[in-house]
Design a protein around this ligand. Structure first.
Ligand SMILES: C[S@@+](CC[C@H](N)C(=O)[O-])C[C@H]1O[C@@H](n2cnc3c(N)ncnc32)[C@H](O)[C@@H]1O
Length: 254
């Protein structure tokens, strides 16, 4: 089956990332007790963006090494299915799952078109997975299809403001670098070829509503005392102390 060009480009990038750092960091992530979000390392206990998952069925779209899915399984989810396009990332997830015995189901596939059955999950999550690497006009309807009525979608992405201020090299600036009008696909070439998708807020709201969701919450994340000093993907603590670096959307299927 043919796949969109960006899937092949992003698989190459994530195979490299797995060799360079995600595999090495996966054990610490899987064994972390607390649920935290994104580069800001925001505590879920402060944010309360996730529903109670006890006895629930969860799908993680663009799971990577699947530590978020692992945390949700440890919180009592009945079933956690992780979907990802990159075999190396899934290999890491499978190794950790075997070692820690959590029983995740890990599936190779495009989160825009998973092939999983309709209405088979109570919660769909994505933390920098489908939420930025998939075309929202494809993966949001796919998430809606996968969820049961009343099921929830919770995803983390870069804030739209951070994307508008990012230079072509990916570092944050204090000036707008691109128009919001027409914001959709972004082809980055620095530090390597990667293709992301981003929308403005009103477009997200309209897409969620049009796909059968009602918006429950939107959290904008700033750097806090719990945010480490790191520089992954151009993260700048100084920037994130003043403007929201990341955001978490929570929506419920009508
Ligand atoms: C940053 S990781 C996300 C997982 C984890 N939460 C994290 O922050 O490391 C991004 C993952 O998205 C996956 N991905 C990219 N495009 C995808 C697609 N179309 N369908 C499923 N997964 C995709 C990549 O293979 C990669 O493993």
């Amino acid at each position: 089956m043919s796949e969109p060009d960006y899937v092949a480009v992003n698989r190459v990038a994530w195979t490299k990332a797995n060799a360079e750092y995600t595999d090495r960091k996966a054990h610490a992530a899987w064994t972390q007790d607390e649920i935290t979000w994104g580069m800001c390392n925001a505590r879920e206990s402060d944010l309360q963006m996730l529903p109670d998952v006890t006895g629930r069925d969860v799908v993680e779209l663009g799971c990577g090494t699947a530590y978020l899915g692992a945390w949700l399984k440890k919180r009592g989810a009945r079933r956690v299915v992780g979907v990802d396009i990159t075999p190396a990332q899934l290999d890491t997830a499978r190794r950790l799952d075997e070692e820690l015995g959590l029983g995740l189901e890990l599936v190779e596939g495009n989160a825009e078109e998973t092939g999983l059955p309709d209405a088979s999950f109570d919660l769909a999550v994505s933390e920098y997975g489908a939420s930025i690497w998939c075309d929202p006009y494809k993966w949001i309807p796919e998430a809606a299809r996968l969820l049961r009525r009343g099921g929830e979608l919770v995803f983390l992405r870069n804030s739209t403001l951070a994307i508008l201020c990012a230079t072509d090299e990916g570092s944050p600036s204090e000036t707008l670098q691109r128009p919001q009008l027409g914001l959709h696909r972004l082809d980055w070439t620095e530090p390597e070829d990667e293709i992301e998708f981003h929308l403005g807020h009103s477009e997200w709201v309209r897409l969620l509503h049009g796909s059968g969701f009602e918006l429950v919450d939107l959290a904008e994340l700033y750097a806090t005392e719990n945010t480490p000093d790191h520089s992954y993907y151009g993260f700048s603590r100084a920037w994130a102390e003043r403007w929201p670096w990341e955001e978490i959307w929570r929506a419920r299927k009508r």
